[in-house]
Design a protein around this ligand. Structure first.
Ligand code: SF4
Ligand code: SF4
Length: 377
């Protein structure tokens, strides 16, 4: 980011910064009537908010559009690929309350950035939303580096029931390379896990999630190991797909091939929902999924529901995914990486072609691999 010369104690007068101002995802701005338009095929029921400071974020993650050393000002840059307009926090809170009174909001989430003001401002902003809309479920996507156990308790008391942690990288080496020491950034793998596990204790089973990005340089095996670990600890894992941001250190890297993304999504779903045993997935020497030993009844049913390929995210009051982040993992006009809705029959035809499952799947129910079952939707 371009260097900001105004001292932080004078920035509130010159800039529209948090806690008085907040960025809001375009989908949420449309949903609250703050922007015109609509998002194709998306029931966007989560209001995703993001803290705003002139410097963007003091961390320096190599793939992130808010990173400290990315060139340009925050106004010129985007966060997760589409613009996040800025509004007064109290106006957004008022709109959330209006929407609550007229059908309800699925969930509100406030994302922290790395900044010395971020913790106090997060608590302030949670309270501002909760005051006019006390029943609305709230998540905080935290920057673990700004927190400790006591702060996690305060955030809960302020009204948050789910904590999200941007782990993003699934191994310590990759984390340090993309977010920690290797970037001269403040983040530390061990400390992130301390906060994840403290939050798990304080908030409860499946009330903490780790965001995980596919395509930062990890192997399939490392991802699968992480899925089993999270399941064991009753922590949710929410997948994202790396998408190179112009101006970032990783801007020239390619995305993961789509067949990889689809297979990872399927295996994750089978682990989480069907008890897929560890020995059912084998890997080649490069750590790529080489074989999936699973019955036709399990795999075909899972694929036919379309659920493995949907966006993972925090739930609404009924337990349905509320946070479906349209354009979180792909740009407008690109193929869906994750679907912010249940894929229909036509989508499933595309998904099957993309996944090329026959290359790795040993169908245990039949000597002949069959992909001709009717699609249920
Ligand atoms: S801490 Fe989050 S917002 Fe800041 S640079 Fe890293 S990924 Fe981006
Ligand atoms: S999944 Fe969505 S609502 Fe949940 S913590 Fe992540 S960004 Fe926030």
């Amino acid at each position: 980011m371009a260097k900001v010369t105004v001292p932080s104690d004078q920035q509130a007068e010159q800039y529209q910064i948090s806690p008085d101002y907040v960025r809001i995802s375009m989908a949420a701005a449309i949903e609250l009537g703050l922007k015109p338009g609509r998002i194709n095929r998306c029931n966007c029921n989560c209001i995703n908010l993001l803290q705003n400071y002139p410097e963007g974020c003091y961390a320096n993650c190599t793939y992130c559009g808010l990173a400290r050393e990315r060139p340009g000002t925050p106004e010129e840059n985007t966060f997760i690929r589409v613009a996040w307009p800025l509004y007064p926090t109290d106006l957004v809170a008022e709109k959330i309350a209006e929407r609550e009174a007229n059908g309800g909001v699925g969930r509100v989430c406030i994302s922290q950035v790395q900044d010395h003001r971020a913790y106090d401002d997060l608590v302030n902003m949670i309270r501002r939303v909760k005051k006019p809309a006390p029943q609305v479920p709230m998540s905080a996507l935290v920057s673990a580096t700004t927190l400790n156990e006591e702060r996690l308790h305060v955030i809960k008391e302020a009204g948050v029931d789910i904590i999200g942690v941007g782990l993003d990288a699934v191994t310590e080496d990759l984390f340090e390379e993309t977010r920690g020491r290797g970037t001269k950034g403040p983040h530390n793998w061990e400390y992130h896990w301390r906060i994840v596990r403290a939050a798990r204790e304080i908030y409860g089973a499946m009330k903490v999630n780790c965001h995980i990005i596919v395509g930062l340089g990890e192997t399939d095996k490392e991802l699968v190991d992480m899925f089993y670990q999270l399941k064991e600890e009753q922590i949710a894992g929410y997948l994202f797909s790396f998408n190179p941001e112009p101006g970032t250190v990783m801007q020239d890297l390619s995305r993961s091939p789509i067949h990889r993304m689809r297979r990872i999504q399927l295996v994750k779903h089978l682990i989480e929902n069907q008890g897929l045993p560890r020995e059912a997935v084998s890997f080649d020497d490069g750590g790529n999924i080489a074989r999936l030993d699973a019955p036709d009844t399990v795999v075909e049913v899972a694929v036919n529901t379309g659920l493995p390929f949907m966006t993972n995210g925090c739930p609404d009051r009924a337990g349905e995914v509320a946070c479906n982040r349209p354009y979180g993992s792909y740009r407008p006009g690109e193929e869906y990486r994750d679907y912010p809705f249940v894929p229909n029959m036509e989508d499933l035809v595309i998904i099957r072609q993309e996944m090329r499952l026959e290359e790795v799947w040993a169908n245990l129910d039949s000597p002949v691999v069959s992909h001709s079952l009717p699609v249920i939707n």
